[in-house]
Design a protein around this ligand. Sequence first.
Ligand code: NDP
Length: 257
Amino acid sequence: MAAVKACKILITGANRGLGLEMVKQLSENSCPKHIFATCRDPDGPKSAALRELAKKHPNLITIIRLDADDPCSIKESAKKVGSLVGANGLNLLVNNAAIVANGTIQTSSVEDLKNTFNTNVIGPLLIIREYRPYLQIAAKASGTPGMSSKKAAIINISTVAASMTRMPPIYSHFQTLPYAVSKAGFNMLTVLAAEEVKTDEILCMALHPGWVKTDLGGRDATLEPNESVEGMLKVIGGLTEKQHGGFLDYTGATVTW
Ligand code: NDP
């Protein structure tokens, strides 16, 4: 059972994979008062499972359109969520949406390099920018000192593929240079965002979900989505200012940058 106590939560890329599993587990938990499950095509076939879940929990889940590649949709989504969260703001923002692309220096296409950077770095940056006011409101409204995911937090779902020390030894098996380079940029974004939002007492950190059987992780992955998400929610629920600006995995272990 998830230990996340945040009242209002927003998750990107919530229509499948880990994002959908997160919404599912959080909706079984009595704590969240509202989950904004965002995806780029709420009415499309790839969002059928999310629509089904939202139908089961109409007072708990709101599906919002958010395409990380489209700055206008990010702005629009923030306006909408801002009007719905009210005086207590948004407690938890999970930057989960991402794309993967394979390749090496010799084989990566310029298009893949640009697309991964757009979706995995620029998108989350704009999302943090647009949603920060609602996180600030939540941090102020909490009336408690320190940092926690219950108060106000940004969780960036990262990967060991972005780690300068962990990726080189596995690179020959995971030749995903565009993805790894973009996620390393995402890690820097996490560290710099943590610097910027610390005065607001908004917690910001990177979280590796493990190697998980999703469309992105593939069939050979070692974890089921429910195991990974159970672990991540437990970690998120236990975060304090000690982990601000840090990089952990789904078990709570520190990942080296
Ligand atoms: P999936 O490929 O299963 O799901 C990716 C999600 O991101 C989908 O909901 C997809 O939506 C969404 N998405 C992609 N591009 C955009 C966009 N432009 N705007 C909005 N949403 C978008 O991946 P996972 O669930 O496995 O991955 C979730 C996170 O976990 C990612 O950040 C990934 O890097 C990280 N991760 C995963 C690992 C794994 O083994 N699975 C390992 C390490 C990290 P759509 O259906 O519209 O494409």
